[in-house]
Design a protein around this ligand. Structure first.
Ligand SMILES: [Zn+2]
Length: 322
C-alpha cells in the first residue's frame, strides 16, 4: 500500500481574473493563500446569462469586485456554499448585496463545530452562518442552461456539499477532494468515518473532472478518490503499529509519524490522529485506557481525546481490511 499521493501543485494563478476552466465554468481565484487554502479559494461562475456562483470566498473587497466584473451583463441567481468555512462563505452576504442571488447551503447541522488548533477554530469556521434556503442531498439547483446535483459529503465539515454539473461529468468538490493536498479532518468539526463514507459516495460515479475549492482541476477523479482512501488506510495502519509498539499518546504518535513540524501544523496533525483514533474506537479496534498522558485530567471532548492514552483492543488485529 503506497503512502504517497501525487499532488499537482503547479498551478499558475492570476488573482481576480476570470478564466474558463470547463464548458460553462469560469474560475476566479481569491488572493487568500495560506497553508490551509493553498494559492487561495477558487470561486466558480457556472452557466451563462443567468449564473450560479459557487463559493464567493473570503470577505475580500477586491475579490468580490472581480466577481461583479466577471458577471457584468448577467444575472446571479444563486450563491452556493460548499461549507461554512470562512474562506468559502464569508463573502456571501457582501456579494449578495452587490449582485443579488439566493444564498444556498446545507445549513446548520446541530453538531459541535470548530476544532481546537490554531487557525482551525472560529477564525476558520463560521458556526453562525445561515443560508437563505437550505439544500439537501439529492436536490437539484438550476441556473442559466445548467443543472447542479447536490451531494452531501460530510467529513471535512459536517455541512459539506459537492455540486455535480449534470451532463458534464464534472463535480465541484469544495474541500472534500483536492488536487494539491489531503483534506484536513479535525474533530469535532471533522469526522473520519463520515469523510471515508463521503469518498465512497464518489467512487461509483463516472466523473471526468473535479474542480476543487483550492488548487487546479483533478483530471483523474476516481484514481484520486481511491488514493485518498488508501492513504487513510495506510495512516490508520501506521497509527495501529505505533500503539502496538507502545507509542500510545497522540503527541508521541505525531512526533513519530510526522517528525518535526511547526507548532500550528503539529496541532492540526494531532487532531488528524485523533480523527483516526475515534474512527478505530467506533469500530472496536482501539480503546481509550482511561488514563491521560500527563497529570491533569482535562474536562471532556476533543481536549480529553487529545490527552488520552490509547491501546489496541484485545483481540483486534488485521485492522486495515475492515
Ligand atoms: Zn474547509
Amino acid at each position: 500500500m503506497s503512502a504517497e499521493l501525487a499532488f499537482n501543485r503547479s498551478v499558475d494563478v492570476d488573482y481576480g481574473v476570470a478564466e474558463e476552466v470547463a464548458p460553462q465554468v469560469r474560475r476566479i481565484v481569491a488572493n487568500n493563500p495560506s497553508p490551509y487554502t493553498f494559492l487561495g479559494t477558487n470561486t466558480y461562475i457556472v452557466g451563462r446569462g443567468r449564473v450560479a456562483v459557487i463559493d464567493p470566498g473570503p470577505a475580500c473587497e477586491q475579490h468580490l469586485a472581480a466577481i461583479v466584473e466577471a458577471t457584468r451583463g448577467e444575472r446571479v441567481t444563486h450563491i452556493l456554499i460548499t461549507h461554512s468555512h470562512r474562506d468559502h462563505c464569508d463573502g456571501a452576504r457582501g456579494l449578495q448585496a452587490l449582485v443579488g442571488g439566493e444564498i444556498l447551503s446545507f445549513g446548520p447541522t446541530g453538531t459541535e463545530r470548530g476544532a481546537g488548533a490554531p487557525g482551525l477554530g472560529e477564525a476558520f469556521v463560521d458556526p453562525a452562518f445561515r443560508p437563505d434556503r437550505t439544500l439537501h442531498d439529492g436536490d437539484v439547483v438550476k441556473a442559466g442552461g445548467v443543472a447542479l446535483d447536490v451531494l452531501h459529503t460530510p467529513g471535512h465539515a459536517p455541512d459539506h456539499l459537492c455540486f455535480a454539473l449534470v451532463g458534464q461529468r464534472t463535480v465541484f468538490t469544495g474541500d472534500h477532494v483536492m488536487g494539491w493536498n489531503t483534506t484536513v479532518i479535525a474533530p469535532p468539526e471533522g469526522s473520519m468515518a463520515k469523510f471515508l463514507a463521503s469518498l465512497e459516495k464518489l467512487l461509483p460515479r463516472h466523473d471526468k473532472v473535479f474542480l476543487p475549492a483550492h488548487g487546479g482541476r483533478v483530471q483523474t477523479p476516481q484514481r484520486v478518490v481511491k488514493a485518498y482512501i488508501m492513504h487513510r488506510q495506510w495512516r490508520e495502519q501506521t497509527i495501529l503499529t505505533c500503539l502496538e509498539d507502545g507509542v500510545s499518546t497522540i503527541p508521541r504518535i505525531v512526533a513519530k509519524i510526522y517528525g518535526d513540524l511547526d507548532a500550528d501544523l503539529k496541532a492540526a496533525a494531532a487532531l488528524s490522529v485523533l480523527a483516526h483514533l475515534e474512527h478505530m474506537i467506533s469500530r472496536g479496534l482501539v480503546r481509550e485506557t482511561g488514563q491521560t498522558g500527563h497529570a491533569a485530567q482535562p474536562a471532556a471532548g476533543t481536549e480529553a481525546g487529545l490527552a488520552s492514552v490509547y491501546s489496541v483492543s484485545p483481540g483486534a488485529s488485521s485492522p486495515a481490511s475492515s
